[in-house]
Design a protein around this ligand. Structure first.
Ligand code: ACO
Length: 325
């Protein structure tokens, strides 16, 4: 089987910052509560930008890093659940901005695990098309679907984009393995119900809470820790590795307490865990490529390093990937 490589990495966040102090003015919350329960201090939020704007900026950086032009791309896979529109898909808006028609482009929705699902699809495209250059990008204008009167969810999320370019040509990191899993029976614990065919919008009816993120936080927390720990161990076993062999661990950045519990369960050295949730909050699908890109930029990854990625999100979905730099 051909080897698959990441050729370039990039990320982008919108300029506007929403701090915990700003949120104190909006809902009954406090910097102290948010910091101790989540580790989040601030998040970047869109004003006029859309999902495809975030994806576009991140993609330009990944293309530049790879030394490629948009017209070199053979496929565009966008992971998001907050596309600019449902039709056309979010990736079509991105492709228009990149100016690379007729490159095929489509969306993947696996909530916070979206990037790893898209990576798996990108890997498959490279395996069946040895000349493929696949843009795997994740972007969320997530605050467009956050209820800013619900203090239990509105403090958690932020907006961002992150991208990688995949191909079979040797590049900065080899994608050694990817595992993705799901359990649809738990979907109601983290959901946006309104707007789909189960709860279609009706002309003249006001939108209500069900059009925004609704979550049973404690349940999500429990499943997130358990599922991410299990899938990391499964992936490590497949690669004949133990957690001690990992040089950098990049978990989904949702909540510092989830990350700490996971680090403990996996018996990982805390110095090997990359954390940026304090600056961005939970950016859903964008969280992993944003963290990977920042870790690389901050020189936290050296040549030869083994980097383990893991994510968990609505669906429920979860996944892990091992990169060899
Ligand atoms: N400010 C102040 N008080 C709050 C806030 C807030 N922003 N939000 C909730 N509270 C209150 C609640 O009303 C409750 O008060 P009560 O005891 O008087 O009823 C109290 O705080 C405790 O609420 P819990 O929901 O039980 O708090 P918990 O300790 O579980 O923390 C949290 C909540 C942070 C959401 C946690 O459950 C969590 O992190 N869950 C994971 C969710 C997550 O990150 N999901 C993202 C998508 S999935 C993923 O990415 C992994």
């Amino acid at each position: 089987m051909s080897k698959i490589y990441i050729q370039g990495i990039g990320h982008y966040v919108p300029a506007k910052i929403l701090s915990n102090q700003d949120l104190e003015q909006m809902v009954d919350t406090s910097d102290e509560w948010i910091t101790t329960r989540t580790g989040i201090k601030k998040r970047h939020v869109v004003e006029k930008e859309t999902c495809s704007d975030l994806a576009y900026q991140a993609s330009l950086k990944a293309l530049e890093d790879a030394g490629l032009k948009a017209t070199d791309l053979t496929h565009i896979v966008l992971a998001t659940f907050t596309p600019d529109t449902y039709v056309p898909n979010g990736a079509s808006h991105l492709q228009k901005k990149l100016g690379c028609a007729p490159t095929p482009c489509f969306d993947i929705n696996a909530a916070c695990t979206g990037f790893l699902y898209a990576l798996e699809v990108g890997r498959g495209l490279c395996l069946t098309n040895p000349k493929a250059k696949v843009l795997v990008v994740a972007a969320e204008a997530l605050t467009s679907r956050v209820n800013f009167t619900d203090r239990s969810t509105c403090v958690l999320f932020g907006d961002a984009g992150g991208a990688v370019i995949l191909s079979t040509e040797p590049g900065k990191a080899e994608v050694k393995n990817i595992l993705i899993q799901a359990d649809g029976s738990l979907g109601d614990l983290l959901t946006i119900k309104g707007g789909g065919s189960a709860y279609p919008p009706k002309l003249g009816e006001p939108i209500d809470e069900k059009y925004f993120v609704e979550m049973q936080g404690r349940e999500v927390f429990k499943y997130a820790v358990r599922s991410m720990a299990d899938i990391c161990l499964e992936l490590l076993a497949k690669e004949n590795l133990s957690s001690k062999d990992i040089d950098l661990f990049i978990p989904h950045q949702a909540n510092i307490r989830i990350i700490e519990a996971l680090t403990k369960k996996l018996n990982l050295d805390v110095d090997k865990v990359f954390i940026n949730v304090q600056n961005y909050g939970n950016t859903s699908a964008a969280s992993i490529p944003l963290a990977l890109s920042e870790a690389f930029e901050q020189k936290k990854i050296k040549k030869g390093d083994k980097v383990l990625l893991v994510a968990f999100g609505g669906g429920f979905t979860w996944g892990a990937s091992l990169l060899q730099f």
